[in-house]
Design a protein. Sequence first.
Length: 319
Amino acid sequence: MLDAQISAERRWKLALEGSGLGVWDWNAQTRRVHYSPLWATMLGHEPHEIGDTLEEWSTRVHPDDLAGCMADLQRHLTGETPLYRNEHRIRAKDGSWRWILDRGMVFERTPDGQPLRIVGTHTDTTARRQAEDERERQHLQLQAMARAHADSERRANQIIENAPDAMLVIDDAGTIVRANAHAVAVFGYPSAAGMEGRSVELLIPARLRGRHEGHRRQFAERPTQRSMGSGLMLYARRADDSEFPVQVSLAPLRRGEHHETIVSVLDITVRQQMERDLVAHRDHLEELVAHRTRDLQAARAEAERLAGAKSEFLANMSH
């Protein structure tokens, strides 16, 4: 029975690693932790470079994040939350900081209810966090461009062209008057000439154009800097008629008597896939936890049954 239990543990740990998750297994009484090979390599270490103490993790956590980690962990250990979850920065071997989504659950408790064994996973979310930081940087850049244009049209045009994101300038008739190099690449056109002078509706999937025209009119009536379609899933259209998910920010721009709009477009295809993967990993972890809990309960019941049978046997032998 013990061999079967060990084999089952090995299988579900391998399943987690196969999903791209680093696994940690902490005995809260001895403070010893088993870190899986992927847990180590996720941070640029060889598995043999990582010991078996809790400090292997805690000393690598960013000082600004450690208190929050410990607070979330303690809330779970005391039963306030069904699952430990915290996203924080951990120092990699090369000195860089990796964003890690850390999730875990108490698997076993002592007879008096104290946590005995906690098992969890690490997911590297650095790319997603960098995308979010890029989004914030883009928002600040839009503000800078709007301010710069009030002082100098030349400066605004320079910022638009050199921006690392897809940038468009749309006039009040909905015509594209400027598209930077990144916009040309994102939308798949051979040059800016293929976009400039044409309606912005060209970049909207045909099935969404009716609604977009209404949204554009509403923005023209109340032009304020904001994200477009807050809370909605937005899609754009490439030159080859393919669609892709986007986040769009708008900033009004005034050129004398003319009103224009700076449009920043961010392709979020990769981010959406990462978010779907994170949801799948979470669901997979919860399913494995449920299976593991059932295995432990079955093993405990079997042990109790065998103990009872042994006691009955000894009692019969004494008569």
